[in-house]
Design a protein around this ligand. Structure first.
Ligand code: B12
Length: 258
């Protein structure tokens, strides 16, 4: 059954032009040249690109090309794994997002559901969120639905962001969102990933509040939401001085031992 149509949020082109770095970046990735990959990311940053722009304009096109070459047999699975691991290491080192002090920032949780192993995107997006001053957690790949629902029920974030690369996983996302809405109403649920970039119509099947297509669009959405935040964002400290997002049993135990 079709659910309410979520908003699709896409970024406009803009920011520094990284086009000239794309070819060398792909070659460095495929050659496993970590120093060159690091150097190209540094050059992008010196041109004024933040993590969101680096991911949208340098990393995503390169990994799409790696995926194409992998499918056509031009590179092996081992070379694809090498490129993926390399870009992940370099980008996490170069991100400038420091962890926000507990309880002071709006919180966003990223996850890939059961069977979904494409978690590189959400690790980058968590860095993007930290650069925007959000408290971001990435639960990574293959998170069982029950565990995710319990997690957000006990420690409700302001936003839950689910990533779906394979179209066959859209029904699982729809089920998870339905259960999250019952267990923890009030959370804004975002979805993104290749499954929705291939076909925006799939968004309507999920029941999410919005579908966001890329890292720059997410960055802009996070900034707007942070601007709208009330004086007491979710996760602020309670009267006990402990974050509201802390599991209740742990909060009680710590409060008692004081
Ligand atoms: C790396 C990779 C893998 C790695 C993943 C490693 C990891 N830790 O992530 C491994 C080896 C595990 C893998 C496995 C498989 N893969 Co793969 N993989 C890729 C590859 C090459 C790159 C993906 C990537 O990281 N892109 C870069 C990131 C940054 O992009 P992204 O994930 O899309 O995220 C961005 C946006 O989509 C958005 N976004 C994403 N999620 C969200 C969520 C929210 C809330 C928001 C706001 C935004 C957002 O923001 C991100 C940053 O801009 C792609 C090629 C491609 N065209 O994408 C194939 C690809 C996705 N894989 C593919 C396939 C077929 C598979 C396998 C089935 C292969 C197999 N036979 O085993 C398995 C399936 C595993 C599973 N069950 O999940 C196909 C999918 C085809 C399709 N249309 O369905 C692709 C397209 C390759 C191809 N050309 O055929 N893969």
């Amino acid at each position: 059954m079709l659910k309410a149509r979520p908003r699709v949020v896409t970024s406009r082109q803009g920011g520094p032009d990284l086009g000239a770095l794309s070819g060398p970046f792909l070659l460095a990735l495929l050659g496993g040249d970590e120093a060159a990959v690091g150097e190209l990311v540094c050059r992008s940053r010196s041109l004024g690109a933040d993590t969101a722009v680096v991911v949208r304009d340098l990393v995503m096109p390169a990994l799409c090309e790696v995926g194409r070459m992998w499918r056509s047999g031009e590179v092996s699975v081992a070379e694809e794994h090498l490129a993926t691991a390399l870009v992940s290491r370099v980008l996490s080192r170069s991100s400038s997002g420091a962890a926000a002090p507990a309880g002071t920032a709006r919180r966003i949780v990223f996850a890939c559901l059961a069977g979904e192993f494409h978690d590189l995107g959400i690790h980058f997006l968590a860095d993007v969120a930290r650069e925007c001053g959000w408290d971001a957690e990435s639960l990574g790949a293959n998170v069982p639905r029950e565990a995710l629902v319990r997690f957000v029920e006990q420690r409700p974030p302001a936003a839950l962001a689910l990533s779906v690369a394979l179209a066959g996983h859209v029904p699982e996302a729809a089920q998870a969102i339905c259960e999250v809405r019952t267990a923890a109403p009030g959370i804004t649920v975002l979805v993104g990933g290749l499954a929705f970039r291939e076909d925006h119509e799939r968004l309507a099947l999920t029941g999410a509040d919005a579908g966001i297509t890329d890292a720059v669009a997410l960055r802009d959405w996070l900034r707007v939401q942070a601007g709208k935040a009330s004086a007491a964002p979710p996760g602020v400290r309670s009267g006990s001085g402990l974050p509201e997002s802390m599991p209740p049993a742990l909060r009680r135990r710590i409060a008692k031992s004081r």
